[in-house]
Design a protein around this ligand. Structure first.
Ligand code: FES
Length: 151
């Protein structure tokens, strides 16, 4: 009885509650339900995070663009994890004035911000419109082939 009473608080402390997650605890996301060409949106530190399972075509498009033509030059390879090139993870907050862009919209098969028309490509890089910078990539890592930890 004494042992059981002792164990419970430890287990309880190992699972962050909603307020702890909101305060910035890392979150784990299972990628298996996200089919190729689809995306999901999760929240980390109160921010929307897009996780996109990119198609071959989206990756090729992102990698065929001359960096010098980009407003905020950054290679696609620098924005994804090596060996997991199909997965794009970005903070879904427009770098213009903070609206949430829509995924799979716009002329670049990436994201479109309906507030003032900024267009991001399939790497989350700004391509057109008033936003000055790419969508930021949050800190994350692969804990397995099908799971990431954000934060
Ligand atoms: S807030 Fe996105 S274009 Fe202005």
């Amino acid at each position: 009885m004494g042992a059981a009473a002792f164990v419970w608080p430890l287990v309880s402390q190992m699972n962050p509650d909603a307020s702890t997650i909101a305060a910035g605890a890392p979150i784990e996301v299972d990628l298996t339900p996200i089919a190729t060409g689809q995306d999901i949106k999760v929240f980390w530190r109160g921010k929307p995070i897009y996780i996109m399972n990119r198609t071959k075509k989206q990756i090729e498009e992102a990698r065929s663009v001359p960096l010098a033509s980009l407003p905020d030059p950054q290679s696609d390879q620098a924005r994804v994890k090596e060996g997991h090139d199909n997965w794009l993870v970005v903070i879904g907050i427009c770098t213009h004035l903070g609206c949430v862009p829509l995924a799979h919209e716009g002329d670049y098969d990436g994201f479109f911000c309906p507030c003032h028309g900024s267009q991001y490509d399939s790497s989350g890089r700004i391509r057109r419109g008033p936003a000055p910078l790419n969508l930021p990539v949050p800190p994350y890592s692969f804990v397995s082939n099908t799971k990431i930890q954000i934060g």
